[in-house]
Design a protein around this ligand. Structure first.
Ligand SMILES: [Zn+2]
Length: 342
């Protein structure tokens, strides 16, 4: 098969479109012919290399995969060759207490497809049979590839962790990012009022189209000051954090008494400073969030099927131009997901 692989860490130039061996699925697995695969920041971290994370080389990135089932073992009863599917990007062991309690994201053996295994920057991918989900019929492969990882993450953050609801004000940072776009939509669906930050007027307009009630330009305006003004000095009930060091201090200070901060990433750096006085005196809660359980992803799929959430695709690149696609993501030029068409 053709695949985009890297044999060493580095910039986009290490990505090579080349011939690779076809994946060989086990009897637990299915073989999927990839139609589309969305990019995530994870792909860039894997390519650059992270301390203490061993990426097996050569590596094929890509966690958000849609495609057509190419092969399943004869004992598979639910899916057949030819079915159009989404591949659940998260993989627990399926047997431990965490997995069996629906918290597969906390499994000690948890892996993300395309990060802990080979992924979807390829014509074929193997995936556990229990990771297959029927693609909603009204969605294209590109649209369906654009949502699983970020929307399940935002769902886990807002519904499961921060328990946002009607009457809450939610601050969503970097609303143009994948998680941001998902968080704005899910917070609105939950009945919350949404303040979104965005890096320019066009992105702010995009966030408002998705339902954000207010937008703040995080380059030109002081986010904390604007939040205080918009909330009558009270602060917000929930902050959706994924930016890290550059915004952390402001995110803590933007919270109202009893507020909840939930974080799923640290794109600008992990060594952020927390003023603990805010945590105890305002009785704040800080939640970590990493992916989601399969049950949560199935709920998200249902919401897309019902048309209550909207896929936002920024751009589509052919597989062989994966390097260019990653450069677009690294420059933060995008609004929505960048998708590879295979
Ligand atoms: Zn497990």
């Amino acid at each position: 098969m053709k695949a985009v692989r890297f044999h060493r860490h580095g910039g986009p130039e290490v990505l090579q479109y080349e011939e690779a061996p076809d994946p060989e699925p086990s009897s637990d697995e299915a073989l999927v012919r990839v139609k589309a695969c969305a990019l995530n920041h994870l792909d860039i971290w894997a390519r650059n290399g992270l301390p203490k994370v061993a990426i097996q080389m050569p590596h094929i990135s890509g966690s958000d995969i849609t495609g057509i089932v190419e092969w399943v073992p004869p004992e598979e009863k639910v899916f057949r060759a030819g079915d159009e599917v989404i591949v659940n990007p998260g993989m627990g062991c399926g047997r431990c207490d965490r997995c069996l309690s629906g918290r597969d994201d906390q499994c000690s053996d948890y892996k993300i497809i395309g990060y802990g295994t080979d992924g979807g920057y390829a014509e074929l991918v193997r995936a556990r049979r229990t990771n297959l989900i029927l693609k909603p019929r009204g969605m294209t492969f590109e649209e369906a590839a654009s949502f699983p990882l970020v929307f399940e993450t935002a769902y886990h953050m807002l519904v499961t962790k921060a328990r946002a609801g009607p009457g809450d004000t939610v601050l969503v940072l970097a609303a143009n990012s994948g998680v941001g776009i998902a968080a704005v939509q899910i917070a609105k669906l939950l009945g919350a009022r949404v303040i979104a930050t965005a890096g320019d007027a066009e992105k702010a307009e995009g966030a408002r189209r998705l339902g954000a009630d207010y937008t703040v330009d995080h380059y030109k305006q002081n986010v904390l000051k604007e939040v205080k003004e918009l909330t009558g000095d009270r602060g917000v009930d929930v902050v959706v954090e994924h930016v890290g060091k550059a915004t952390w201090e402001g995110s803590i200070k933007a919270l109202a008494k009893g507020g909840r901060l939930v974080t799923c990433g640290a794109t600008t750096g992990a060594d952020a400073v927390t003023d603990l006085r805010y945590i105890f005196s305002r009785e704040l809660s800080v939640y970590g969030s990493y992916m989601a359980g399969l049950g949560e992803l199935l709920k998200v799929v249902k919401l897309f099927d019902q048309g209550r959430l909207k896929a936002v695709v920024d751009s589509v690149f052919p597989l062989e131009r994966a390097g260019e696609a990653q450069e677009r993501m690294e420059r933060s030029r995008h609004f929505g997901k960048i998708v590879l068409k295979v």
